[in-house]
Write a protein that binds this ligand. Structure first.
Ligand SMILES: C[S@@+](CC[C@H](N)C(=O)[O-])C[C@H]1O[C@@H](n2cnc3c(N)ncnc32)[C@H](O)[C@@H]1O
Length: 275
């Protein structure tokens, strides 16, 4: 089988490929303004970038790979903050061509591939010291895929290397369930874990957990979600109706508004190290 066919087959097995193509109209040039500019805000990214910086100053990696790095915003902020990136090879690995095409920072090298299927040796000299980061990607893998993706990432790492990730997860199982219901009603297969389940996956996969901290909440209006996933205001109202049957609201993850609803994703930053 030639390389192109092998690559296509690997993408087909990866549930995130479906999610990425479903929202492809939001990728690229318009990505920065999506959801109130959350993914292009230096202020929002600061707690995550600080964690990456702390780890990088101690570990001095040769290569920093942002798995699902989108348009490269986090790597750019990291490079700006560290001042002199010196010889650090900054690599944005993403499934979406449109995202990689929109990478404007010349300090960033682009690589197309899946975080659930990449090979360390395809990114850079595997003997070098790597650091892996990712923000807001694991939910693309769906309910069954996050664990496999984490296992895959750990399989590509050497002992002592860092994996620093910011992922939406919920302390209360009811909140995770409610958010997953909302996403299902929006027609996506994205899946959000409880904090406990995510911590379990990380530890069972062979990581030690150095720290877990809250990151800024992402507020999603039904109008912006409708644009991203292609549903109407009428459908947003139908989602509101269905959610009335469900006991949500204590932690503010879902609220009715005049236009439809607001959903809130609670993020945490996990500093992990391969044992
Ligand atoms: C919500 S965006 C976040 C982008 C970036 N990490 C940030 O925080 O600015 C998710 C990104 O992950 C990418 N993605 C989703 N699943 C992926 C996978 N399996 N492998 C690589 N990239 C993936 C998408 O194409 C998209 O660019």
């Amino acid at each position: 089988m030639d390389a192109e066919k092998t690559e296509k087959k690997a993408f087909a097995r990866d549930a995130s490929a479906v999610e990425v193509s479903r929202e492809s109209q939001s990728h690229g040039a318009g990505w920065a303004s999506l959801h109130g500019g959350y993914f292009s805000s230096a202020e929002v990214a600061a707690p995550f970038v600080d964690k990456i910086l702390d780890a990088a100053c101690g570990a001095e990696p040769d290569v920093v790979v942002d798995l699902g790095g989108g348009t490269g915003f986090v790597l750019s902020r990291f490079a700006d903050t560290i001042g002199d990136v010196g010889g650090i090879d900054l690599v944005d690995l993403d499934l979406a061509e449109e995202q990689l095409e929109a990478v404007a920072d010349p300090r960033i090298r682009r690589a197309r591939g899946s975080l659930a299927g990449f090979s360390r040796a395809d990114i850079a000299d595997p003997e070098q010291l790597f650091m892996f980061i990712t923000r807001s990607t694991l939910h693309y893998l769906g309910m069954g895929g996050a664990r496999n993706a984490i296992s895959h990432v750990v399989s590509q790492m050497r002992s002592g290397e860092f994996f620093i990730q910011q992922t939406a997860c919920f302390d209360e199982p009811e909140d995770a369930l409610a958010m997953n219901m909302v996403y299902q009603m929006m027609g996506t297969g994205k899946w959000y874990p409880t904090t406990r389940a995510l911590v379990g996956m990380l530890l069972e996969s062979g990581f030690s957990l150095e720290s877990v901290d809250d990151a800024p909440v992402l507020e999603l209006t039904s109008a912006s979600l409708g644009k991203r996933y292609g549903f109407s205001e009428a459908h947003a109202r139908a989602i509101v109706e269905s959610m009335r049957e469900f006991d949500v609201g204590v932690n503010g993850i879902f609220e009715e508004t005049e236009e439809g609803f607001v959903a809130r994703l609670f993020y945490k930053i996990f500093v992990c190290r391969k044992i």
